[in-house]
Design a protein around this ligand. Structure first.
Ligand code: FE2
Length: 263
């Protein structure tokens, strides 16, 4: 079985590129399960019910989130209905008792987990290790075949360390949050790993944000809004292959589709 994971979908151009390319990507890579990170889908911060529906309609099976999970307040009214959304288990504002999702696909039992890193990250209720141990304990008797973790973190080393530590326990560990794809996808023991999958969003931008505004904010210290850049988009993701008989991950490769004419 092949799983497609798409990195942080940022704003309209991110949503549009996912909608337009997802079905052809599924055919090209023979995908059986699609997971996307949607925490920046609504104007760069958060997700609404309408955009959740849009991503599901575009072909996402599950949507993981991140530090902006609760940025759009309306999400509180729809959390129960948005039952294919996986909230960060260690987000301070997450009041759900369990946020990991357990589901079955072609007889393989998955546990999908979203965790926030604890380096340069706000709003965490516990460090990712404490929460991971809690989840492992809770799912001990669930007969999970594949533990799939979206580790939403700022720094490279913390993600690698998490995967090194859990390589015999979890099967897939994909990094998100920085919006910059890293070229280090590999198996670490039994775990398919990439430090950061990268984003699906505006190509001509500063990790999704308007370039001019970013300069004004950073260099000239101007108080600015957070404006998502417009224009052409890049799509970043990874394809993870699972051996259906052994029920374990065997490979990971990254995907990056840039605008036409960009190499
Ligand atoms: Fe994030």
């Amino acid at each position: 079985m092949n799983i497609l994971f798409l990195g942080d979908i940022v704003g309209k151009s991110g949503r549009d590129i996912v909608s337009s390319l997802l079905s052809s990507l599924k055919k090209e890579y023979d995908i059986s399960l699609t997971i996307v990170n949607g925490e920046n889908a609504a104007h760069g911060k958060g997700l609404t019910k309408r955009l959740y529906d849009e991503l599901i309609a575009a072909g996402a099976d599950y949507i993981t989130m991140g530090n902006h999970a609760f940025s759009k307040k309306e999400i509180y009214d729809h959390i129960e209905e948005m039952d294919r959304m996986v909230l960060p288990s260690n987000h301070l504002l997450n009041e759900k008792e369990d946020s990991h999702l357990i589901f079955e696909k072609y007889g393989i039992r998955f546990c999908l987990i979203n965790l926030l890193g604890d380096v340069l990250m706000n709003d965490i209720s516990s460090d990712p290790y404490e929460k991971m141990e809690e989840i492992l304990e809770k799912t001990e008797k669930e007969d999970i075949d594949i533990y799939f973790v979206d580790y939403h973190g700022e720094t490279t080393a913390e993600k690698r360390i998490f995967c090194e530590y859990y390589q015999d326990v979890i099967d897939v560990c994909v990094g998100t949050h920085t919006h910059v794809q890293t070229a280090d996808e590999r198996m670490i023991g039994n775990c398919a790993f990439i430090t950061d999958v990268g984003m699906c969003g505006p190509y001509d931008s500063v990790i999704g944000r308007d370039i001019e505004e970013s300069i004004r904010h950073r260099i000239h210290m101007e108080k600015t809004r957070y404006t998502i850049a417009e224009g052409r988009a890049v799509l970043c993701g990874a394809v993870i292959s699972i051996d259906d008989t052994e029920r374990k991950a065997v490979s990971i490769r990254r995907i990056q589709i840039r605008p036409e004419g960009e190499q």
